[in-house]
Design a protein. Structure first.
Length: 120
């Protein structure tokens, strides 16, 4: 699925991300510029050291999380691939914007499944 990047009026300093047409109110995921972007490279096999970048492992954070370990994959043929790379070059490293309200684990998992279904 293709990535959708957008801004929310309620979180003007963050970039929201989704891979579905569904948008969950109070359950958005944002690009997490506090963690490094990882590249998967192709040189006969997928690896992290040699070859051209085939996909990205992109850190994301739920709007109700203080820190996160969630990542999503973005393939090279996605129209936003190069834009995500450029965003990381511009914004990494940054601090996490603290959430206004904390979300529990069930909400985070259900919101992840709804908005980023191919990464579950």
């Amino acid at each position: 699925m293709k990535v959708r990047l957008f801004k929310l009026d309620s979180h003007p300093k963050q970039i929201a991300i989704s891979k579905s047409e569904l948008f969950v109110i109070d359950g958005s995921f944002f690009l997490d510029f506090s963690r490094p972007l990882k590249r998967l490279r192709w040189f006969g096999v997928l690896n992290r050291w040699f070859g051209h970048t085939a996909s990205l492992l992109v850190p994301v954070i739920h709007q109700g999380q203080g820190n996160s370990e969630l990542i999503i994959g973005i393939h090279r043929n996605d129209p936003h691939f190069s834009y995500v790379l450029a965003l990381w070059e511009t914004h990494y490293p940054s601090t996490v914007v603290p959430p206004t309200t904390m979300a529990d684990g069930i909400k985070i998992v259900t919101d992840f499944a709804a908005q980023l279904p191919d990464n579950c």
